[in-house]
Design a protein around this ligand. Structure first.
Ligand code: OOB
Length: 548
């Protein structure tokens, strides 16, 4: 595989082969722009327009840029420089965007941790990215992060901890260290711009290297596929570091066309509906379970949200039943979004209220996206048949960041990414998600790697074997069920939850149910494979609850 050498960190970034590169440049999917240039441009073009609103605070484009530049200068006093990886773990706020833009301007590479990630995740991201620093807030959802801070410090004392006090900004938190000269960093379009996180399917979280060229292509293409413009007022509800609210087109897409971003740190319908009304929000993006909460709330007490034109729903499959309620209940159009942090993004057409929007996940957002639906042998299946999704294109990565072993089985020899999704295509070329083949649970859009959780459970002294299984759930799509083989002293579910929290596992990964079968009956399973065992346990479990 051809590699670039543009990253200061020690692994090379897998790049696109020459012919595709030339093609993407010629066709205009790629250009020579960089994030910092675009951020500077918008600060001049839309200078006095409001860029961001959060609670009672607003920031114009010019103010946002000035604050980001000042913060970038401060970051340099901590000896953070172009190419260094920094874990960015802040809750939704103006400070998030300001900090992110400062990192972009400095060429420092953010790793997009979620606020809910804990020691287990932070340590593994830090190690995988060889991160120099970790930016985090001292509280999350009212709880102090002091325990997390100590645990991270104990394992990685060299990781610089940049703590932000709740309600404050990284800027003020670093006030004591006044800035010297401007950084004067020059970013190249092939430089790494950020690390997105993969849901992971092998027990190790994978870092997704995104470079200026491909990630800007992602954002520009999403802007045009979703008709974002200066008139767009985008409500950012999901955690800002996730690819969906970040770049599809998300808050960055909105800012890049001079729109206005309203940030929310809560997802509850009352709060979000009143923001939509007060701020004239035109579009927002949420996951299916949240859409259902909003729909239920709006049915009981219809909100005044006439400004809202589009509700983007993605991250997990939205049922037809839920999809058909959106327009009658919320009065806006639904737009389904099927995407992945690795690249490929599919949208249904904005404003399309036909059956197509209710029953499909739409089409890839650029004509340069190639998708194939194949069988076990990698042969294309007929249109309409279910198969494994393969994809490549101008914003779909060609490999993960790290040792080559991470990519084994994840890319075919033509560079197509195997997403692990089962899909079928309609005659019109729309994608329909039909489930997954990967060892992952999609709990309402949050991805849980079965292998990672099993490995952590096996650290418990009374657990002999563990299998993590996704069980269908009307609300979340799937919930996490742990099947555990224990010795004579099986721990209780409460003790297990405490154990996992103590191991520093993010709360969303803690199983919803625990089951203690007497044995993992492998009869009929043939080869002892975790995957087959999981399927069998799931079948047995479903049969057992059917009989009740
Ligand atoms: C988004 O990104 P990730 O990286 O958190 O998760 C990707 C996976 C996909 O491979 C698929 O398994 C699932 O999430 N997924 C969907 C879906 N959208 C994503 N499954 C069924 N229906 C959908 N609409 O989740 C993501 C990234 C950018 C935009 C939107 C979602």
């Amino acid at each position: 595989m051809q590699k670039s050498s543009s990253c200061a960190a020690s692994y090379k970034i897998p790049v696109w082969p020459k012919d595709l590169r030339e093609n993407y440049l010629r066709e205009g999917f790629w250009n020579d722009e960089t994030f910092d240039q675009r951020i500077k441009d918008i600060s001049q073009t839309y200078a006095d327009d409001i860029a961001l609103c959060f609670n009672n605070e607003t920031l114009t484009y010019k103010q946002l840029y000035l604050r980001a530049v000042q913060l970038a200068n401060k970051l340099h006093t901590f000896n953070l420089k172009k190419g260094d990886a920094v874990i960015l773990q802040l809750p939704n706020s103006i400070n998030y965007v300001e900090t992110l833009f400062a990192l972009f301007i400095s060429g420092i590479v953010p790793v997009f941790a979620l606020p809910s990630h804990r020691e287990n995740e932070i340590l593994s991201f830090a190690r995988a990215a060889q991160a120099k620093a970790w930016i985090y807030q001292d509280t999350f959802e009212g709880e102090t992060t002091i325990g997390l801070t100590h645990a991270v410090n104990q394992h990685l004392p060299a990781l610089l901890q940049l703590r932000v006090s709740a309600g404050s900004t990284l800027h003020t938190s670093l006030e004591a260290h006044l800035a010297p000269a401007k950084p004067g960093v020059v970013n190249h379009p092939d430089d790494l711009v950020c690390f997105q996180l993969s849901g992971g399917t092998t027990g190790t979280p994978k870092l997704i290297p995104r470079c200026h060229r491909d990630y800007l292509c992602n954002i520009r293409s999403a802007i045009s596929a979703c008709d974002f413009s200066r008139k767009t007022v985008y409500l950012a509800v999901l955690p800002l570091g996730h690819n969906f609210p970040l770049a599809c087109p998300g808050f960055i897409g909105t800012l890049f066309v001079g729109g206005r971003v309203i940030i929310s740190d809560q997802t509850v319908p009352d709060h979000c509906f009143s923001l939509i009304k007060q701020q004239g929000v035109t579009v927002t993006s949420i996951v299916p379970p949240l859409a259902m909460v909003w729909l239920d709330a709006a049915e009981v007490c219809p909100p005044d949200i006439t400004s809202l034109k589009t509700l983007q729903v993605g991250g997990a499959k939205m049922s037809y039943e839920a999809a058909k309620r959106v327009t009658p209940v919320l009065g806006c159009a639904l737009q389904q979004v099927f995407g992945m942090a690795e690249g490929l993004i599919c949208f249904t057409k904005p404003g399309d209220m036909s059956l197509r929007t209710l029953t499909t996940q739409g089409q890839p957002m650029t004509p340069a996206d190639e998708i194939r639906v194949v069988d076990e042998e990698g042969k294309d299946v007929a249109v309409g048949e279910v198969g494994y999704l393969l994809t490549r294109g101008p914003y779909t990565i060609r490999g993960y960041y790290g040792p080559e072993s991470l990519n084994v089985g994840k890319f075919n020899n033509e560079g197509f990414y195997r997403s692990g999704d089962l899909v079928r295509l309609t005659l019109d070329g729309d994608v329909i998600s039909e489930g997954r083949d990967k060892d992952q649970i999609n709990r309402g859009g949050e991805k849980i790697d079965c292998g990672e959780l099993e490995d952590i459970l096996l650290r418990h002294p009374n657990i002999k074997d563990a299998a993590i299984v996704g069980i269908q759930d009307d609300y979340l799509g799937e919930i996490i069920c742990a099947f555990l083989l224990c010795d004579a002293h099986p721990p209780t579910a409460v003790a297990l939850r405490q154990f996992l929290a103590g191991e520093g596992v993010a709360r969303f990964k803690i199983p919803d149910r625990f089951n203690f079968p007497p044995a993992f009956d492998l009869t009929g399973v043939g080869k002892v494979s975790k995957k087959q065992l999981r399927i069998k346990l799931k079948q047995e479990y479903l049969l057992s609850i059917e009989g009740k």
